[in-house]
Design a protein around this ligand. Structure first.
Ligand code: SF4
Length: 189
């Protein structure tokens, strides 16, 4: 993408003459990436205390609407970003996976907080030690809980990945556990 300077523009870049500013050149691919980057719609979805901070990111102080993301969608069919905010229990893991599978591609996922990223302080039989045991994660946001600003930072990192044209982690496939979602700790092989 670039701005072509007209021959009669002065050295400062300001256009002279009739006020025309030049020509913006881009490709369809870059235009699509720009549109994707500025229209990521998150799924309305929270699991625990981190979800409160996620909700706060929509408030006036951080104002996620500045990035075209204020539309938290109630249906996975209309969302392309899952923010996993909070600890993931073993019972909830298949539900998260089902919701993720129902989101249209390209789709992205953010693991928000220590619990979603790696189990946090809950090293026990009931909590999954990282949601990436069940769905592919694009960005990890550390903290317990991460402040809304940290979530925004993670979202901006995701935007940069989209703008660079990086493939979503979902293209690597989804881990499908065998049997009845019995999980005994650690990451799947
Ligand atoms: S990371 Fe901390 S704040 Fe977030 S869900 Fe876990 S315990 Fe709660």
């Amino acid at each position: 993408m670039g701005l072509i300077q007209r021959p009669n523009d002065d050295a400062s870049g300001a256009a002279s003459g009739n006020g025309e500013q030049g020509v913006l050149l881009t490709t369809v691919k870059q235009a699509v990436r720009l549109a994707q980057k500025h229209s990521v719609w998150p799924l309305t979805f929270g699991l625990a205390c981190c979800a409160i901070e996620m909700m706060a990111s929509a408030m006036g102080r951080t104002d996620i609407a500045r990035f075209g993301m204020e539309v938290f969608r109630p249906s996975p069919r209309q969302a392309d970003l899952m923010i996993v905010a909070g600890r993931v229990s073993l019972k909830m893991a298949p539900v998260i996976q089902r919701l993720y599978e129902q989101m249209p591609e390209p789709r992205w996922a953010i693991a928000m907080g220590a619990c979603a990223s790696c189990g946090g302080p809950f090293d026990d039989y009931a909590i999954v030690q990282g949601v990436d045991c069940y769905i592919p994660v694009d960005v990890y946001v550390p903290g317990c809980p991460p402040r809304p600003e940290m979530l925004l930072n993670g979202i901006l990192m995701l935007h940069e990945k989209i703008a660079r044209g990086e493939s979503p982690a979902s293209e690597g496939g989804i881990y499908v556990p065998e049997g009845d979602y019995e999980w005994t700790g650690g990451k799947p092989e």
